[in-house]
Design a protein around this ligand. Structure first.
Ligand code: MG
Length: 335
């Protein structure tokens, strides 16, 4: 689908930036077929009033920080599916991309992309392309910070013996992956995911707990914002410092924690969006589900590869199921 983008300029007045917090909207998707639909509320450190100053598409209004479609305007399926908005916040000029909400909601998260039956490497551009082609709700991937400060995809600490954090991207790219590709960057993944508006990304921050997790988180979240990809990206990590850092940077991003060594009450108090636990935890502690629901946390379970477990978690109605077998799960749910 050929994407066309339209520029809309919105001006907002806001005060000093608090800490590293980024200027955000609380939603980046445009509901379909709904005249005057609310798109998102501008979240600025002091919540000061904002003003719409330019709208090339001529379809949006900004009223008291709430961006909406004009009263008699609605959007329908078909191109264009995204619109770029530029917001002025004090001296800051920042663009956001608003996306028509045609994202799929089938709970299927392809673990490191869809690679297993496709002859492609995990966390490769090919594995993401297959996850998109299959129609997964999301495609999960792992990122590290290279020695030269690039956000690169790899599951393990090393790629063919080369430690990712101690190597420059160019050196890592001398190692061919199984399917003839080279290690992708976050920018590569974002460029691909933004060619469509059905499948989203689930970005996992990797960490050796050596202090680079915060630098990685800062780099990755800022790349997502610079490339205006907020509508397409959720975050997860086993490193609670990274999880909390996402929340500091972006007050509305969806961020989930990958293990149960932090009580759910504390996750909730820290503003974390959800839990993302190994399936064995739910089997051992069935009340986890109820507890998470009571607290309003989203529920993801990993890594569910057999049919019976898929059925069980589908019946539980968890929000997301991460799997190495996305095609099997899609078959189960009748896609
Ligand atoms: Mg992962």
């Amino acid at each position: 689908m050929k994407k066309q983008m339209m520029m809309i300029v919105v001006a907002a007045t806001c005060a000093t930036t608090v800490f590293a917090q980024l200027t955000v909207l609380d939603r980046y998707t445009i509901p379909l077929n709904k005249k005057g639909a609310t798109v998102g509320k501008l979240v600025v450190p002091d919540g000061r009033k904002s003003v719409l100053v330019k709208d090339e598409a001529g379809i949006f209004v900004l009223n008291e920080g709430v961006l909406s479609l004009k009263k008699n305007v609605s959007v329908a399926p078909g191109t264009p599916f995204s619109y770029v908005v530029t917001i002025q916040c004090g001296n800051e000029i920042k663009s956001f991309e608003l996306v028509k909400d045609e994202f799929v909601h089938n709970k299927v998260i392809a673990h490191r992309g869809a690679w297993k039956h496709h002859g492609v490497h995990q966390n490769s551009t090919g594995s993401l392309r297959h996850a998109i082609d299959l129609g997964c709700e999301g495609s999960e991937f792992d990122v590290w910070l290279t020695k030269d400060g690039k956000v690169a995809l790899n599951h393990d600490n090393d790629l063919d013996g080369m430690i990712v954090e101690k190597s420059d991207l160019a050196r890592l790219r001398t190692i061919p992956l199984e399917n003839g590709e080279v290690i992708p960057t976050l920018e590569d993944y974002i460029a691909l995911i933004k060619t469509q508006n059905k499948t989203r990304l689930v970005l996992e921050f990797k960490s050796n707990k050596n202090g680079r997790a915060i630098a990685l988180t800062d780099s990755a979240v800022n790349i997502v914002h610079r490339l205006k990809a907020q509508a397409w990206v959720d975050y997860i990590s086993f490193d609670y410092a990274a999880v909390k850092r996402v929340r500091e940077l972006d007050p509305t991003a969806h961020i989930a924690y990958l293990t149960d060594d932090v009580p759910m009450d504390l996750l909730k108090a820290d503003g974390i969006s959800g839990i993302d636990y190994h399936y064995s935890l739910f089997e051992k502690l069935p009340k986890l589900y109820e507890r998470a629901r009571m607290l309003g946390l989203t529920i993801n379970v990993w890594t569910v590869n057999d049919e019976q477990r898929m059925k069980t978690f589908l019946e539980m109605n968890v929000d997301f199921i991460t799997t190495d077998e996305p095609a099997l799960m899609l078959q189960l749910i009748g896609k």
